[in-house]
Design a protein around this ligand. Structure first.
Ligand SMILES: Cc1cc2nc3c(=O)[nH]c(=O)nc-3n(C[C@H](O)[C@H](O)[C@H](O)COP(=O)(O)OP(=O)(O)OC[C@H]3O[C@@H](n4cnc5c(N)ncnc54)[C@H](O)[C@@H]3O)c2cc1C
Length: 388
């Protein structure tokens, strides 16, 4: 059976649905083709089930891409305020958790329900359980599913990245780009916990569950947020953020007491100069178990000024080389993707393949933690939807 539309959208996630809504509102006959048995599975698991749907402080600097300018146009034309207006129109209660991050009060289901209602209002056709296996281009694009075929003069690829394969992530978008001769920036898992070598794990991983406010840095980037020790390594927002910049075998630098001077008390001549004082001071800044472990591993040889200065320095610059990452199974995003040089920054259309668009996570634009990845999905989806 052949279905004909003005545009086919591959993937019913955040970007695909926003694109469909914008195109449908403009009178285009659009079909969303989704291989899962429901739309937006990633939206449902996002933000711990509450969906961190945008960030009030969204700036181009919050995105990683080989071309840092590429995302600017789309982000400027569909802003967090635009998405918030949609959320408010649907009376969805939300709150700012921290650092401009907006979450649903109730559930991520509210966001998915809103997108579903907008699709319905815009007359979008949705096809679930539709696994697109092949795309051909003759005079139109033809998408082949096992028992149906879809035709349209425009094709939008919104199949996302490689993260969380168990809920349906595929490499289909990258494969398609290659099929049509478009370059890919080699993908890597981003916003992902880091694993430690056996030696480091033996030293720290029994502290799993202990967290600390740290400043983590790597490759010229720095994030001051929480770090969490896990059974296999390090996680928490500071580590997830830095993981997107980390490359295998590089060290990361962790300041365990950002903005504080651990040994300041020793300037007072009345302060007893011994390890017990140092432990007390460190315990004021770090969880007791972590403070004690750190001191065990890095105890100064004496409490002389140079030895204390050395301890101070080490505490602000813990250099550790992760063994690896937890991979796509645990990564919140896939960094890298379809090379932005191949796409129009205004419309997301492939320059070499008129009528073919790439949006959302499949593109080489990756947000920081905090609602930025959804904002990119909405903005790139809207940019393509308005061009269909
Ligand atoms: C656990 C977790 C929590 C997250 N929390 C947040 C958060 O709170 N805030 C935030 O901003 N970001 C968050 N993210 C990231 C965010 O979910 C993604 O960046 C965003 O969903 C990307 O949207 P997308 O539409 O490009 O891709 P996706 O949402 O992945 O959608 C792609 C769709 O395409 C479908 N598909 C794939 N291949 C095919 C095919 N061959 N045929 C048909 N359909 C196909 C998939 O089933 C999927 O529905 C989180 C990610 C994870 C994994």
């Amino acid at each position: 059976m052949t279905h004909s539309f003005d545009a086919l959208i591959l993937g019913g996630g955040a970007a695909g649905l926003m694109c469909a809504i914008e195109a449908g509102k403009r009178g285009r006959r659009v079909a969303v083709l989704e291989h899962a048995d429901r739309l937006g599975k990633k939206i449902l698991i996002s933000g711990g089930g509450r969906c961190n749907f945008t960030n009030l402080h969204c700036r181009p600097e919050n995105f990683i891409s080989s071309n840092p300018h590429f995302a600017k146009s789309a982000l400027a034309r569909y802003t967090p305020e635009d998405f918030i207006a949609l959320v408010e129109k649907h009376n969805i209660a939300y709150h700012e958790k921290t650092l401009g991050q907006l979450f649903c009060d109730r559930s991520a289901r509210d966001i998915l329900g809103m997108l579903g209602a907008e699709c319905e209002h815009a007359g979008v056709s949705i096809f679930l359980n539709t696994n697109i296996q092949k795309i051909e281009r003759a005079t139109q694009f033809i998408a082949h599913a096992p028992d149906a075929e879809f035709k349209a003069p425009a094709l939008v690829v919104a199949t996302g990245g490689l993260s969380i394969p168990k809920i349906g992530a595929t490499s289909f978008g990258y494969d398609l780009a290659r099929q049509f001769g478009l370059a890919i920036r080699e993908p890597w898992p981003g916003l992902v916990p880091l694993t430690l070598s056996k030696q480091d794990c033996d030293r720290y991983c029994d502290l799993a569950g202990v967290s600390a406010e740290v400043s983590a840095s790597c490759n010229g980037q720095q994030f001051r947020e929480k770090m969490l020790i896990t059974h296999r390594g390090l996680s928490g927002p500071a580590i997830l953020q830095i993981s997107s910049y980390w490359k295998p075998s590089q060290p990361i630098l962790i300041d365990l007491a950002p903005g504080s001077e651990v040994t300041a008390a020793f300037r007072d001549p009345k302060t007893p100069r011994n390890l017990s004082t140092l432990r007390t001071e460190l315990r004021k800044l770090l969880a007791h178990r972590l403070a004690d472990r750190w001191l065990e591993a890095h105890a100064p040889t004496s409490c002389s000024n140079p030895a204390l200065a050395d301890f101070e320095k080490q505490t602000h610059a813990w250099e550790i080389t992760p063994a690896g990452t937890e991979g796509y199974e645990k990564a919140e995003v896939t960094a890298g993707g379809v090379d932005t040089n191949e796409l129009s920054a205004q419309t997301m259309e492939a320059r070499k393949v008129p009528g073919m668009f790439f949006i959302g996570e499949v593109v080489d634009v990756t947000g920081h933690l905090g609602g930025f990845n959804f904002q990119w999905a909405w903005a790139s989806g809207a940019a393509a939807g308005r061009a269909l």
